[in-house]
Write a protein that binds this ligand. Structure first.
Ligand code: ADP
Ligand code: MG
Length: 302
C-alpha cells in the first residue's frame, strides 16, 4: 500500500498484517509515515495504490470497517469536568449505543482498563496514567476488533506505563488486535508480539522483537561507552575504526566487539592514550534499541 501527499511519497509499498491477539508496535523516526499509516487504517486517507482491509472491509468506503476500529488519539480527548463514567456514557452515545447495551459496554470498558476505583472521579483530577486509561476506555465502547493507539505512553511515569502495557496485553489476550506507535523501545520490546520498523515510508524490518534481535546479532555482545566530553577527531577516529557509532553528539558510543579486534581493555587504553576520558563502559546483549539504531541511524524513536 502506498500513499502520496501530492508529490510527496509518505508510504511506499507498505505491507503489514495485524492478527487477532497481536500487539503490533510501529516504530520509526519523525516523518517516517506512522501517522499517515494510521490515517489510512482509519479510512481518513485513501491509499494512492494498494488497499487496507479491516476484518475484510475497506475503511475508506465502509462504515462497518470503521466501526471495527477503536482509535486512541495521542491527545486526551475527554471532557475534563465530567467524571469518567459520564465521559464514557457520552462517548458511547456518540458511537450510537443506547440503553442497556450502553450500561454493559461502559462497565466492560471500565473493567478492561482497570478504572473501577475512578469511575466517579472528574477526569481533570486523574493522574496522567489514569487519563490515558480513560482515553483507551472511550475507544472500546463499540467493541472494536482493532485498537489503534498513537503514542499511548508519552508523558506518563513508569508505573502508569506498566499498567497501560498490562491493559494492552489483556485486551490482546481477549482476542483484540492492537496497533501502537511508540517512541518507547522498552514498551515495544515488552508489550509487542510484533514490531515493524518504518523508515522513509517503507517497513524495513518486521517480526517478533526477540527473533529480530537474535537473527541480526546472534549471541554477539555490544559495548556502550560514555566519554566525559565530546570525542575529538583523534578519539572519534579510533572509535569509528573499531566499528563504533556515536549516539549522543559524540559522548555516547555503541559498537560490537569483534573477536579479532581489540577487546574492551585494549580499546579503552587506546582511547585514554589519545586523550579521552572514559567515564563508563558497559557490555550488554543487543536489544530492540540496538536494532532500531542500526536500521534508522537514530538512537531514539522520534
Ligand atoms: P510520522 O507520523 O512517522 O512522523 P507522518 O506520517 O506524519 O510521519 O509523515 C510522513 C511524511 O509525509 C513526512 O514527510 C511528512 O512531512 C509528510 N506529510 C505528513 N502529513 C502531510 C500533509 N498533510 N501534507 C503533506 N505532507 C505531509
Ligand atoms: Mg506522527
Amino acid at each position: 500500500m502506498s500513499y502520496r501527499y501530492g508529490e510527496r511519497v509518505a508510504l511506499n509499498g507498505v505491507s503489514l498484517t495485524v492478527m487477532p491477539g497481536d500487539v503490533f508496535a510501529l516504530l520509526g523516526p519523525n516523518g517516517a509515515g506512522k501517522s499517515t499509516l494510521i490515517r489510512t487504517l482509519c479510512g481518513r486517507l485513501r491509499p494512492t495504490s494498494g488497499s487496507v482491509l479491516i476484518d475484510g472491509h475497506n475503511p475508506a468506503r465502509s462504515r462497518v470497517a470503521r466501526g471495527r476500529i477503536g482509535l486512541v488519539p495521542q491527545d486526551i480527548a475527554l471532557y475534563p469536568y465530567m467524571t469518567v463514567a459520564e465521559n464514557l456514557s457520552v462517548f458511547g452515545r456518540l458511537a450510537g449505543i443506547r440503553g442497556a447495551q450502553l450500561v454493559t459496554m461502559v462497565d466492560h470498558a471500565i473493567t478492561a482498563t482497570g478504572l473501577e476505583e475512578r469511575v466517579d472521579q472528574r477526569v481533570e483530577t486523574l493522574s496522567g496514567g489514569y487519563k490515558r486509561r480513560a482515553n483507551i476506555a472511550s475507544a472500546l465502547l463499540h467493541a472494536p476488533k482493532l485498537l489503534v493507539l498513537d503514542e499511548p505512553t508519552v508523558g506518563v511515569d513508569l508505573d502508569a506505563r506498566n499498567s497501560i502495557n498490562a491493559v494492552l496485553r489483556s485486551l490482546s489476550e481477549g482476542g483484540m488486535s492492537v496497533l501502537i506507535t511508540t517512541h518507547d523501545l522498552d514498551q515495544a520490546a515488552s508489550v509487542a508480539s510484533n514490531v515493524g520498523i518504518i523508515v522513509q515510508g517503507q517497513i524495513v524490518e518486521t517480526g517478533a522483537p526477540d527473533e529480530l534481535v537474535a537473527e541480526r546479532y546472534g549471541g554477539a555482545q555490544e559495548m556502550v561507552l560514555l566519554l566525559a566530553e565530546l570525542a575529538d577527531p583523534g578519539v572519534a577516529a579510533i572509535l569509528t575504526n573499531s566499528g563504533f557509532k556515536s549516539l549522543e553528539e559524540g559522548r555516547l558510543w555503541r559498537g560490537r566487539l569483534s573477536s579479532d579486534g581489540p577487546g574492551i581493555d585494549a580499546l579503552t587504553s587506546q582511547l585514554v592514550s589519545a586523550g579521552a576520558r572514559v567515564r563508563e563502559t558497559r557490555v550488554r546483549q543487543p536489544g530492540l534499541d540496538s536494532l532500531y539504531a542500526d536500521l534508522t541511524g537514530e538512537s531514539e524513536v522520534a
